[in-house]
Design a protein around this ligand. Structure first.
Ligand SMILES: Cc1ncc(COP(=O)(O)O)c(C=O)c1O
Length: 374
């Protein structure tokens, strides 16, 4: 086998630990997963019904062009179908955009820390990841604009940013887009856009409509609670959509995913209710942690960074100590945020479970950190 040399610099994506595995490994009867920025409750009832109905036709390949879903998205956003690309999750679209643009030696500018997949894009193609440090956990868009060189093909703005949860105003993203040359593609990754509750909440859709070198990526994985089906989409210039069509596999979005996404889109009232609920629970989590003098990074998403310094275990051990007690969070070290854990906003009982488990690790607690097993 003569594997491509780029593989030497790549590592397989490491997802949050599955619930069942953690239960088995530590003999726990109660485990809460707040590690993957998932939505904590199942899809809307109407979506579940649409999925069940679509099972009937699973002996047939899905629509390879996602015609109805693209039409529904086009109507929703006031666009035409040629401006909408659909992928097996927005991750697939990120990969395909990389395939369409990057060659060895090209450069891709993004924040550090940001979504780990951006670095993978570069590695796959022997491109250089130009990582621009965040300022107080938020994108330094000015420094990102300065980092653009004649070799730059891609600039990625993750808004809100994963893993920090921070949000930059769209006017600042627009300024960046205006400063980069027209042949540089700006990806605005809005996987968490629906969760933004800031009074100045905006999105990059108008910016995208005005600039053919901007693509906005969205997903049904987060607020719609459909990450198990894998469906994401991008609003982009028809030229980019065509390039993606040439590179993707023939039936990249499965039948159940298409049916679910079409139905989900019809229920924007429920999306808004979920966003309000998330904002309230996010505030609750911040307040309870502040009561214990535990800092968090202000987040506009469905997750946040929680300070895990000053516990009875070293910050590098906090993730494992919480895991042993059934609270699965994401180790900040591995995400470029040493001293912090990334914790998703769960249901109220899930949040309370996490807070209780974290309390066991606080200096005042007398319980052995690894004791609790239920
Ligand atoms: C910033 C960001 N973009 C994209 C994705 C990918 O989402 P999906 O492939 O499930 O649509 C994620 C998933 O966690 C994410 O955090």
């Amino acid at each position: 086998m003569r594997l491509i040399p780029q593989l030497d610099d790549m590592v397989a994506y490491e997802p949050g630990q599955p619930l069942e595995l953690v239960m088995r490994r530590f003999g726990l009867s109660e485990v809460v997963k707040l590690a993957s920025n998932e939505f904590p409750v199942p899809p809307f009832d109407e979506v579940r019904a649409a999925i069940v109905a679509a099972i009937e036709d699973l002996n047939r390949y899905p629509d390879g062009h996602c015609t109805d879903l693209r039409a529904a998205l086009a109507a929703h956003y006031g666009r035409v179908g040629e401006e909408i690309a659909v992928g097996n999750g927005s991750c697939e679209l990120l990969m395909l955009i990389g395939d369409a643009l990057l060659e060895p030696g090209d450069e891709c500018v993004f924040a550090d820390p940001s979504f780990v997949v951006y670095e993978d894009l570069c590695r796959r193609h022997g491109a250089k990841a130009v990582k621009v440090p965040t300022l107080q956990f938020a994108h330094d868009l000015e420094a990102m604009a300065r980092a653009v060189t004649p070799r730059t093909k891609l600039v990625v703005v993750c808004n809100p940013n994963n893993p920090t949860g921070t949000y930059v105003p769209v006017a600042a993203v627009a300024e960046l887009a205006q400063r980069v040359p027209d042949d540089v593609l700006v990806i605005v990754d809005e996987a968490y856009n629906e969760f933004v509750s800031a009074p100045d909440a905006q999105d990059a859709l108008a910016l995208q409509a005005a600039h053919s070198n901007v693509v906005v990526l969205r997903t049904f994985s987060k607020i719609y609670g459909l990450c198990g089906l894998r469906v994401g989409y991008g609003l982009c210039a028809p030229e980019l959509k065509l390039a993606i069509d040439k590179l993707r596999q023939p039936f990249n979005v499965n039948r159940l995913a298409q049916a679910a996404a079409i139905e989900a889109l019809k229920h924007q009232d429920q999306v808004k209710a979920r966003a309000r609920e998330n904002a309230a629970l996010r505030a609750y989590m911040v307040e309870r942690l502040a009561d214990r003098c535990r800092a968090t990074v202000p987040s506009e998403a469905n997750f946040m960074l929680v300070d895990v310094r000053g516990l009875r275990v070293p910050p590098e051990g906090a993730f494992e100590a919480l895991l042993r007690q059934g609270a699965i969070v994401r180790d900040g070290h591995s995400l470029g945020c040493p001293g912090w854990a990334r914790v998703s906003v769960g249901t109220r009982p899930e949040i309370d479970f996490f807070l209780e488990r974290l309390a066991l690790l606080e200096p005042g607690s007398t319980e052995a950190p690894e004791r609790r097993t239920s």
